[in-house]
Design a protein around this ligand. Structure first.
Ligand code: 3HC
Length: 284
């Protein structure tokens, strides 16, 4: 596999724009692909704002921020990813959506190009099987906010080759991140352990054990978590939390992973957390 210089990022949502941001800031050319212009505009605006945040904190010069932004080319055409050396998929957490994307990418990208997924819990082995190159499919799981969090969980599917793993590990290091190797299992390590914590915090609220504020205080003050579990669930998105709990329940088959009924009701109500203005807390 030749050196990675140009990276395709599919999806400009919360995770996708953060991933494009860190690649561009580290000197890679980025093709950022979305399905609608307004999503592309919103993602690009977020990158501009977050680069500006780094400039105002003195972590980046204005010149470097401008250069990073100039390295990102937006597109609505998946075919434009054909000249990328590696593609990271960061689309909606729906198996059917990802199946279509991996089938398309397998057609579009030349043989040998690595197809990475930022999926938070969907099986890498399953995604790889939608392609004719399972050896070159891998999980590259970033954490929100991507420009800040140091971890990349690198997930090996059953067929992922050592060369693919080595390339993605080295690439994560070039981004200033720390790659941690994990095998493919529902929720990997991060969400297998994190989500049941958030889900249990929701049960505590539902059962009237404590208010959301009190639950969060326990974790912020007692365990030094930067955000309490309910603020974090709102930050991640309650719909995303519910999707992940369902993947854990189905994939691991243990009823301890059942999603909290309050979480299900809130998602039904359209209370998705911070992005919708309301979750366990309210947002401007
Ligand atoms: N882009 C760039 N920089 C950002 C940023 C962004 N989007 N968001 C925050 N920052 C920077 C700030 O500029 C600030 O920089 P400084 O240290 O130089 O001053 C620093 O991050 C801290 O931000 P703030 O001072 O604004 O706010 P806080 O101190 O409250 O920190 C936080 C915010 C970093 C989000 C912190 O609350 C935190 O670490 N929360 C936990 C986040 C977490 O657990 N994420 C993982 C979620 S799970 C996941 O993503 C996996 C998925 O599969 C579900």
């Amino acid at each position: 596999m030749s050196e990675v210089k140009r990276v395709g990022v599919l999806g400009a949502g919360t995770m996708g724009n953060g991933i494009a941001h860190v690649f561009a800031r580290s000197g890679f050319d980025v093709r950022l692909c979305e399905v609608e212009q307004r999503f592309l505009d919103r993602g690009t605006e977020t990158i501009r704002k977050n680069l500006g945040r780094e400039v105002s904190k003195g972590k980046l010069s204005q010149q470097d921020a401008d250069a990073a932004l100039a390295r990102i080319a937006g597109t609505l055409d998946r075919g434009a990813l054909a000249d990328c050396d590696l593609i990271v998929e960061a689309a909606t957490e729906r198996l059917e959506v990802k199946r279509q994307i991996f089938e398309d990418l397998d057609r579009i990208a030349p043989a040998g190009v690595i197809l990475a997924s930022n999926t938070s819990s969907i099986s890498i082995t399953k995604l790889a099987a939608f392609t004719g190159r399972p050896e070159q499919v891998i999980g590259m799981h970033f954490f929100n906010p991507v420009p800040v969090m140091k971890l990349v969980e690198v997930i090996r599917g059953l067929a992922t080759s050592q060369a693919t793993f080595d390339t993605v590990k080295a690439l994560s290091e070039k981004l200033g991140k720390t790659p941690v190797e994990v095998n493919d299992a529902a929720g990997f390590v991060s969400n297998r352990v994190l989500m049941p914590l958030l889900n249990e915090a929701m049960y505590a609220v539902m059962e009237g054990v404590a208010t959301p504020e009190a639950v969060d205080q326990v974790f912020q003050l007692g365990m030094a978590h930067p955000m309490g579990p309910l603020t974090l669930a709102d930050f991640i998105g309650l719909d995303v939390c519910l999707d992940i709990m369902r993947v854990l329940l189905e994939g691991l088959g243990d009823p301890k992973y059942r999603p909290c009924p309050l979480l299900i009701r809130m998602v039904d109500a359209g209370w998705m957390g911070r992005k919708s203005g309301r979750g366990f807390f309210r947002y401007e």
